[in-house]
Design a protein around this ligand. Sequence first.
Ligand code: ZN
Length: 399
Amino acid sequence: MDLAAFGRRTDGGVNRQALSGEDIAARKQLISWAEELGYRVFTDAVGNLFIRREGQRPELAPIMTGSHLDSQPAGGKFDGVFGVLAGMEVLQALDACNIVTDRPIEVVVWTNEEGSRFSPGMTGSLAFAGQLDPKDMMTIADESGVCFGEALADVEKVFADLPRRPLGFPVSCYIEAHIEQGPVLEKANCNIGIVSGIQGTRWFTVTVTGKAMHAGTVPSRMRKDAFRGALSMINALSEIMIDKEDIIRFTIGRVVVQPNSPNTIPGSVTFTVDFRHPDPVVLSLLGDQVVRICRENAGECGIDIQETLTSPPITFPSWIVEKIANTAQALGMPNMVLPSGAFHDALSMSTICPTGMIFVPCAEGISHSPEEKAEPDALAAGARVLAATIAEIASSSEP
Ligand SMILES: [Zn+2]
């Protein structure tokens, strides 16, 4: 609730864009909490923050937990923030219990996860994992023309006294706590979701070209109506995406009609397809159908189809999934295993170290909204499972 003050919206939500004044204020608050508690704070070349609780063997690669502090423009109080503060709880709980771990534990704040100000998102974790060259990000501008590099320079000025670490320093494992952002846990009455992996995603942009003409004068059979073409593609796609098990995620989220005039036949329509599935085979076969179906249903119109994003599904290592499950079980917390439907920084980290995630329910599955809400007992349950899991892993110098 204290962090939600930075970027507070009048409707109760939060607007804390990456590297904005609000983000800087939230970072200041977090750093002051960390320093009061005696933890050292570091940064790196893309403004990620690392809050370190020392281990008995400082030379060992740390266990990392955390998430992000940036929000959507009309965002909520919990997305990202929960993972960061749950990490802070872990550090404090270990101190309170006088638990000394072999490995250091670090709470990370990843820069620009949401991607709503500077696209693409997950900048901090992707750069850390070597999946994104920070140089390519620096010239990306927000809506007002401010570049990522300029905004980052402002942040660096404020936190100039923080020591710098190299991108991609060794991490022994990464466990991120996050609100589920979907309705499954709430429906199942589980406070703990053990995340099995992150489903795969394919995005397409389809442009249908017809001919803009007068709506009153041109007979139907002489038209090249781009909307009519798009509609039959979308209907055919919806047909093949019907899934009795309800695992397929298929969304037409954006439709742009040109010239978008009530009495003009649409000359062009551009629409997006967001298709996700946890099974790589389904993702590949059904995803390829998107292209075929659109071409087959173009009718009299022209068509251009681009795949704009391909992200294969990932599966978290079973030893992490089992460890979290055993911990939840030992604490007597109702839990279930589920895949993540959304992207998280954990996706980047899974490319460089063993990674896992813990979900807690959010009301009605709503997120990216001022209405986003999570119950204190669920948040506490998630933090407890995170703490117990990390304490156990950090106490051994394996893996
Ligand atoms: Zn998030």
